[in-house]
Design a protein around this ligand. Structure first.
Ligand code: G6P
Length: 369
């Protein structure tokens, strides 16, 4: 056990720090001469992608959050409808499947009972095909799905998923590019998107340099009972993943909200005991987010903002800004902004002395309903 963990105290810590190489492995052999290969998704993927006019993504937990990020990418870049749903709900309703819809299951283990049941249901529901994005090559979902793409993250032992998530996002970015090509993405644009992906391993390493300062920051969370995570647009899904990480391993009640929705409820909870964590890349929603954050400050909430280096929030007592590397929005920002939130959850859990790799009441793979 100690040998496998190497110099790391926990598997989760090791897996967080392995993300650059894991993402590099996800991308390896799936890109050729600067363009993405359809065959990444299986031998017959090209014919299926040609017919795809919409996408249904089904998953649980962290994998569901990867799907939520992908929805922004697919709808923006491919201009086809994409819905994302948790498997335990999807399997018990009667979803309408429009012609030409591709079913996608996302799963680290490939064995999650609800996702597997949803996949089985999908195979008789008139989808164009079924595709699984998965980290376990021998798993039930990979065997039963018509198309599959391995994330190649390597074994993930920590119950709280980290490298599985960022590699799922890399896989979904490749899928977005392959679908976008069919929607008229020009080769020049494709090359620019692929180049963004190729930069990821280096940017992940750069982001991981925040580790020490986040360890210090974590001290401010140890005595808290609640935390609020805010993002807008695609970063709302990143905020959801950050909140999930914190609650899973530090047992602090954490909730994510789309920042624009604050005024419709959660603002009532904000006071000096409620830390508010925000993810603030330099995107088109930044000014909106800034005014949402002012609403938090005005209620005495302490703000922790992970921000683009070019963005200023007016440093004062109640605002702590942590500088991220400068990133390109499309694919890079959601993948990279996840990392400090993983580190924060990890360090808070260590300070609280919880069982980081085996949090109470949770299982790595939930194979029963
Ligand atoms: C469990 C794990 C989570 C994981 C979820 C979905 O709840 O604790 O970390 O995200 O299952 O698992 P899957 O293997 O389908 O991605």
């Amino acid at each position: 056990d100690a040998a496998e963990r190497g110099n790391y105290r926990h598997y989760m810590q090791k897996e967080i720090h392995e993300q650059a190489s894991a993402v590099a492995r996800t991308l390896a052999d799936r890109i050729e001469n600067g363009v993405a290969l359809d065959t990444a998704f299986g031998e017959n993927a090209a014919a299926v992608l040609d017919k795809t006019k919409g996408v249904h993504i089904i998953a649980c937990g962290t994998s569901y959050h990867a799907g939520l990020v992908a929805r922004y990418w697919i709808e923006q870049l491919c201009r086809i409808p994409c819905s994302v749903e948790i498997a335990s709900e999807y399997r018990y309703r009667s979803p309408v499947v429009p012609d030409g819809t591709l079913f996608i299951s996302i799963s680290q283990s490939g064995e999650t009972a609800d996702t597997l049941a949803a996949l089985r249901e999908a195979k008789v529901s008139g989808y164009v095909s079924t595709l699984t994005i998965c980290n376990a090559p021998e798993s039930s979902m990979v065997r039963e799905s018509e198309l599959a793409m391995m994330t190649n993250a390597g074994p993930e032992i920590g119950v709280a998923s980290t490298k599985a998530f960022t590699t799922q996002l890399a896989a979904l970015a490749l899928l977005t590019i392959c679908l976008a090509r069919r929607a008229g993405l020009e080769e020049r644009q494709e090359r620019a998107l692929v180049a963004q992906l190729a930069e990821l391993p280096g940017l992940i390493e750069q982001t991981l340099l925040m580790d020490k300062s986040i360890e210090v920051l974590a001290e401010k969370f140890v005595d808290k009972h609640h935390a609020l995570f805010l993002g807008r647009g695609v970063q709302n899904a990143v905020a959801m993943e950050g909140a999930l990480k914190l609650k899973e391993i530090s047992y602090i009640h954490a909730e994510a909200y789309a920042a624009g929705e604050l005024k419709h409820g959660p603002l009532a909870l904000v006071d000096e005991d409620m830390p508010v964590i925000a993810v603030a890349p330099d995107d088109q929603l930044l000014e909106k987010l800034k005014s949402n954050l002012q609403e938090v400050r005005a209620r005495g909430g302490e703000l922790f903002v992970f921000a683009d280096p070019r963005v200023h929030f007016g440093e004062n007592d109640g605002i702590h800004t942590m500088r991220m590397p400068a990133l390109i929005q499309d694919f890079q920002a959601p993948i990279l902004y996840t990392i400090p939130l993983q580190l924060l959850a990890y360090h808070v859990a260590v300070l609280k002395g919880t069982d980081v790799d085996q949090p109470r009441n949770l299982a790595k793979s939930v194979t029963v309903e």
